[in-house]
Design a protein around this ligand. Sequence first.
Ligand code: ZN
Length: 283
Amino acid sequence: MFVDTKHMLLDAQAGHYAVGAFNVENLEFVMAVVAAAQEKNSPVILQTTPGSVKYASLDYFVAMVRTAAEAASVPVALHLDHGDGFDRCVQAIRAGYTSVMIDGSHVSFEDNIALTASVTRIAQAINLPVEAELGKVGGKEDDGPMVAGENPYTDPYEAEEFVARTHCTSLAVGVGTAHGVYHGTPHIEQGVLKAIRSRLEIPLVLHGTSGVPDDQVAEAIRNGVCKVNYATELRQAYSKGYMDYMASNPANFDPKKPAALGMENIKAVVMAHMDNLGSTNKA
Ligand SMILES: [Zn+2]
C-alpha cells in the first residue's frame, strides 16, 4: 500500500510507538527496506535527501517506491527528507512523494516560519503532511553545518509558536542527536523532549538516530517521538556487505551478488529497529 505519513504518525502517536523512516539510496535499498517491513508486518517510511534526489531523480524514487509499495501488504510512504527549499518540496509533491520535510533550521526563526508556512500552504491544499525542523540536529545530512557554540536544543515555547504559525504536521526537534557517525556515546536530552511534548500535540521526529543506543530511542518514544530517522547505519550495512562479498570473491563481476549481501545487511538492521521502535505487527 502506498500511503501518506499523516495517519501513519497519528496511529503511532496514539499507540505509543514510532515509525522508522529509512533513507534509501538506490533500488537495492528500496527493495531491502520494504522486504523488512513486510516481514515485520510494520508500517514504514522510505525517504530521500536532496543529495540522493540529485544522484537519481525524484521520478526514479517515486517509480521504485510505488512499485515496491503496491506489491506490499504493509503501508509504505515516501518522504522528502531535509527538503532544501520551496521549489524542491513542490517538485517532490508533484512527482508523487506522499509527504515532505522543509528544513528551515539553518535560517532565522522568522524566516523558518515564512519558509515552512509557504510549503504547508501548498501541501495542505492537497492534504499532504509537512515535517518542519526547529532547533538544530548536529552533523551533516547533505549540508547545513552546525555552528560551534550554538545552542542546538529546540526551545519548547518557540516550538509552540512555530507550529501555531506554520501549521506543520510534524516537527523535527534538536534534542542532542547528530547526523553521520558519532564519536563517543550520543545523549538525548529527554527533559527537553518532555518539555516540547508538553506544549505540542503533533508528532515529534528524531533525526540523526544511527548509533544512538536502543534504550535512549525507546525512552524518546515514551517521551513523544513518533518518527525515527535512520540513514548512516543503512549506508554502512550495505557498503559492508558489498565490500565483504568482493573481498572474498575478487574476480566477481556480477553486481547482483555483492548487492544481495548488502540488502541482507540492510534488512537485518531495519528489522531490528522495527522491534525496538515498537512498529512490528502495527501494519
Ligand atoms: Zn535529518
